[in-house]
Design a protein around this ligand. Structure first.
Ligand code: PMP
Length: 330
């Protein structure tokens, strides 16, 4: 019988699918790695299990311990599902701008959610950085994974995402494209693909216009999960051969097209990565094999990217969901 021992064993081995409709004629092959097919719905399941494995091995996380992390999204879900399977408690600290729906997802997995004010600077005692540090120190058996600096993040992608892509493309991949948030995905996957190909695979990082990776100052952008206003140590700047910056408007328009034309209901950072992947595939021509990683699904963004009113309120709406080019739905 082919039955996984637990949901943790379903993490990884996500498929590649050819992208058809949104690719320009004459471009190379574009294949998407569909990370929302992980059990927690994102690529963050991979780093969650690896960070917990490493902390168990080093003794930092002891039986019955409590995982404390400032996260409101995908990393929290990944940590929560691994934690419940292994008998750990989870406390996630998130700013009050994070919507009730997102907090309820974490609670549904059995995690506790502590909400902090958004409108305080990072050094304030009530900021979510400081509250999570304090809780990790004060709670018995407290441990903070810290995805921005934990080397197990990039390692998980070096050990799983990279080898999966190499095997599934029979070593024919020429370009790897991924969004950069903590930098774990691009650094780990990119390092593996460069090593195994003897430097032949080119690695392209993608970030929102304004973020530091493409030379910005941290100027605000709306696409979630990618871009930073500081340089995390999970990011290895020697791995990407180039960084492409994408505007919110272009990222969200492509996200909507992926749902409508490719049947892929994915998050805004996926549309962002796809915009860059299509540029690379067009520029490199028909011999290129471009693999783009799509980190999460679109269900968490129905009130934003997939809502015409929200899109119009930022001036992003180019094509309403009902296909009618008027503004009666706005
Ligand atoms: N997209 C989304 C939706 C994410 O949650 C993340 C992780 N922050 C990323 C992209 C970027 O991945 P990484 O942190 O590995 O750079």
């Amino acid at each position: 019988m082919r039955i996984a021992d637990s949901v943790v064993d379903l993490i990884g081995n996500t498929p590649l699918v050819k992208i058809n409709s949104v690719v320009k004629p004459g471009s190379g092959l574009v294949a998407a790695k569909v990370e929302y097919l992980n059990p927690g719905g994102s690529s963050k399941d991979r780093i969650a299990v690896k960070m917990i494995d490493a902390a168990e091995a080093s003794g930092e996380l002891k039986p019955g311990g409590t995982i404390v992390e400032p996260t409101s999204g995908n990393t929290g879900i990944g940590l929560a599902l691994v934690a419940q399977q292994r008998g750990y408690k989870c406390v996630f600290v998130c700013p009050d701008k994070v919507g009730e729906e997102k907090r309820n997802v974490l609670r549904a997995y059995g995690a506790e959610v502590v909400v902090c004010p958004t409108a305080v600077p990072p050094e304030h005692p009530d900021s979510y950085y400081n509250v999570s540090d304090r809780l990790a120190a004060e709670l018995p058996g407290g441990w903070k994974p810290n995805q921005y600096s934990n080397p197990a993040g990039p390692e998980s992608h070096y050990e799983s995402t990279g080898p999966e892509i190499w095997a599934d493309t029979d070593g024919k991949i020429t370009h790897f494209v991924a969004g950069v948030g903590t930098g774990g995905t691009i650094s780990g996957t990119g390092r593996y693909l460069k090593e195994v190909s003897g430097g032949k695979v080119k690695v392209v990082g993608v970030d929102p216009e304004g973020s530091v990776y493409s030379g910005g100052t941290g100027r605000p952008y709306l696409v979630e999960g990618v871009g930073e206003d500081f340089w995390p140590s999970a990011y290895d700047a020697s791995i990407p051969d180039e960084i492409i910056a994408v505007s919110d408007a272009d990222a969200f328009e492509m996200t909507r097209r992926l749902a409508r034309e490719e049947g892929l209901l994915v998050g805004g950072s996926c549309g962002m990565a796809m915009v860059a992947a299509l540029q690379v595939a067009e520029r490199e021509g028909p011999d290129a094999v471009v693999v783009v990683l799509l980190p999460d699904g679109g269900r968490g963004y129905l009130a934003k990217v997939f809502n015409d009113k929200w899109m119009a309120s930022y001036g992003f709406l180019r094509a309403p969901l009902d296909g009618k080019p008027d503004d009666s739905t706005v």
